[in-house]
Each structure stands twice: as structure tokens, then as C-alpha cells.
Design a protein around this ligand. Structure first.
Ligand code: DAH
Length: 360
């Protein structure tokens, strides 16, 4: 019996010492396998005397059952530990915020955003979007718009000229979107109700001017549209764009060669140290130029000024963006600074329109 106790303690030790399931399996085979130690002892039982068999046979079976049970327990412990390790390793904290995908990282530039907003407002009023090209001829940019050759207004535009082509024609980067009026009137019969957003260029750079900027041109031409219609259209635009139905605007006499009479529109605002607030206060800020289409412009497009009349306007998109979203320096718009864009940009899924400031 002492021999068995010795054996039992040895085997129990071996079970306890097994470091993993495969070591435990080796112990099991060595003890309870076909050629195992306990199996050999059990095989010997039939050869024992009846008394001994009664005593030792029963004890031996008990021992086998006990060891088997120990092995099963130990194996279960290994399995549980393995599962525990795996769970720890593959742990995912589902409460963590998800990593930002390209959609959340990307920001819509304020110019694109305001371009969309302005376009949407005029489209709601029934205007159609027309596009022009950035490279123009002097005819479309100036002559057809009633800028006489040598007139100082041409110089005021600080034009970027391209090298003359083979025919000696000097093309230029359009200084305003007004040439789109000419292209439209020359190719399509009235009635016309169009807007033309796009890039424009002038050799100018300071806090409120950049060499490339954006404008949106508007033109209404038919047989009866007059100044009253123009005031209403531009007034409605300001109310919706600045989200203030009581916004005060004023029409101030001005000069453009292509309109008669010509006006500029100002909106009221307050000016504090770093901030401009639109729609309230006693100061005025210019936001666009407008007027009745000049008869000479109609003639230049082969339209009869006795028959047709209408109004036009041009607004600076970048300027409108600065005013609406309180951005102090226009040059920052085109510096491609990701931090600036992160601050002033818009989420791509924000609905462009009249839903108020970008919420962040
Ligand atoms: N083209 C003018 C500019 O760039 C803006 C403008 C004024 C456009 C009056 C118009 C208009 O259509 O009628 O300064």
C-alpha cells in the first residue's frame, strides 16, 4: 500500500507539474494508457488471491478513478485558461469611438460650401446655372461689356494677360464672371434667368483680395423685368443667405460700364475688434454690384434694346463666406492649411442650404 501511496503522490505531482494539455496527455498515457503504470497494476488483479484481490483490487480501481478525475479537472483548467487568454488577447472595447474614416476627416472648403448655398438659393428662385471658362478674350471680358478700348475701367481690373496667340490675339484670365452674360445672350434667346458661379482673377493681394477669387453672376433678361424685380430678388437672397428676414440692405448708386443705372448693395453690420456681425448695427458693408443691363451690351449681343430689358448682378463668393462665417483674412482661404480647414470647414454630410452655422 505504501508503494501505491508513493505512486499516487508521484502521479499527482506529475499532473500538477504538467505545463499544458499536451504534457498532461503524456502523463495520462504513462499512467492510464495501454502500457500505463496503473493499467499494468489493474491487469494484474486477476492473478491475485481472492483476499488480496478484494482489498487491493477495490483500492486500485479507486486510485484509477481518482487519477482520471484529477486529469479531467486539470484538462478543464487548461482549457479555461486558454479561453481566458484568448478572450484577453482578442478583447475589443466596443464603447471606444470608431476611428475616423475619410468621410469624417474630409472637410468642405467654406468657398465650396458658400458657392453651394448661394447657388441653391437662386435655384430655388428659378434660376438656371450656366458655366463659363476661366480664359477669355478681351472682347468677352471687356469690349462686349461696354468697356471702351483704352477706358481706365479696364486698367482697374488688374488683368492677367496671356501671351498673344499666333493670330496676335491676347487672351486673359477673366477678371469677373460678367463675360458669361455675353456668351449666354449671344447663344440663347430671351427670356433668360441664369446664374454663373466661377473663378475670377486679378493681380491683387491683401487681407481682402487674392489673385484668384470667386464670383457669382446673375442675369435676368426678358421684355419687362425692371429695377423693382432686381431689388426683390437681391433682397430675398440676402434674407435667406444671412438667415435674417429683417436684414437691412441699401442700394447705393455706383458705376459699371455694362449697367445703367448701376448700383452697389450694402448690408448693415457691426464691427467690433475682431468680429463682423451682419444684419444689425449702423455700419454698411458692400456685398455686390448690380444694375439694369446697358443697351450697348444688348446691341453687342445682337439684341434689340427697344424690345428687351433686364438686370444683372455680380457678387464675391469669398467675401460672402468671410461675412457669414466671420473669417478675418481672405488669404487663409487659399493657403491649404489643414488646421484652418479643420476649424472653418464643413462636414460633408451637413446639408448645404439655410440650416444655420456649421455645428461643431
Ligand atoms: N463684374 C463686376 C465686378 O467684378 C460686378 C458686377 C456689377 C456684375 C454689376 C454685374 C453687374 O453683373 O450688373 O466688379
Amino acid at each position: 500500500m505504501a508503494e501505491w501511496e508513493q505512486l499516487e503522490s508521484e502521479i499527482s505531482q506529475a499532473i500538477a507539474n504538467a505545463r499544458d494539455e499536451s504534457e498532461l496527455e503524456s502523463v495520462r498515457v504513462a499512467v492510464l494508457g495501454k502500457k500505463g503504470k496503473i493499467t499494468a497494476l489493474l491487469k494484474d488483479i486477476p492473478n491475485m488471491s481472492p483476499e488480496k484481490r478484494q482489498m487491493e483490487g477495490a483500492e486500485l480501481n479507486k486510485l484509477r478513478n481518482k487519477l482520471t478525475e484529477n486529469i479531467i479537472k486539470r484538462r478543464a483548467a487548461f482549457k479555461a485558461a486558454f479561453m481566458q487568454d484568448r478572450l484577453a488577447e482578442e478583447y475589443v472595447d466596443v464603447t471606444l469611438p470608431t476611428r475616423k474614416g475619410p468621410l469624417e476627416n474630409g472637410q468642405i472648403h467654406p468657398v465650396s460650401r458658400v458657392m453651394e448655398e448661394v447657388t441653391a438659393i437662386f435655384m430655388d428662385l428659378g434660376f438656371e446655372v450656366v458655366e463659363g471658362s476661366d480664359i477669355e478674350t478681351e472682347f468677352y471680358n471687356f469690349t462686349a461689356l461696354n468697356f471702351p478700348v483704352g477706358h481706365p475701367a479696364r486698367e482697374m481690373h488688374d488683368t492677367f494677360f496671356l501671351q498673344p496667340d499666333k493670330a496676335g490675339e491676347r487672351k486673359l484670365l477673366r477678371t469677373h464672371t460678367s463675360p458669361v452674360q455675353i456668351h449666354t445672350m449671344k447663344t440663347r434667346p430671351p427670356p433668360l434667368r441664369i446664374i454663373a458661379p466661377g473663378r475670377t482673377y486679378r493681380c491683387d493681394s491683401d487681407q481682402t483680395h487674392t489673385p484668384m477669387f470667386h464670383q457669382l453672376e446673375g442675369l435676368v433678361l426678358d421684355k419687362s423685368s425692371h429695377l423693382g424685380h432686381m431689388k426683390w430678388v437681391l433682397g430675398e437672397f440676402c434674407k435667406v443667405f444671412f438667415e435674417n428676414k429683417d436684414i437691412r440692405i441699401r442700394f447705393r448708386p455706383s458705376f459699371f460700364p455694362f449697367t445703367e443705372p448701376s448700383m452697389e448693395v450694402d448690408i448693415c453690420c457691426t464691427h467690433s475688434a475682431q468680429q463682423i456681425r451682419c444684419g444689425e448695427g449702423n455700419e454698411w458693408l458692400e456685398i455686390l454690384g448690380c444694375g439694369m443691363v446697358h443697351p450697348n451690351v444688348l446691341r453687342n449681343c445682337a439684341l434689340d434694346p427697344q424690345k428687351y430689358q433686364g438686370f444683372a448682378w455680380g457678387m464675391g463668393i469669398d467675401r460672402l463666406a468671410m461675412l457669414k462665417y466671420g473669417m478675418p483674412d481672405l488669404r487663409a482661404f487659399f493657403e491649404a492649411d489643414i488646421h484652418w480647414l479643420g476649424h472653418y470647414g464643413f462636414h460633408p454630410l451637413d446639408v448645404a442650404g439655410f440650416t444655420g452655422r456649421n455645428q461643431k
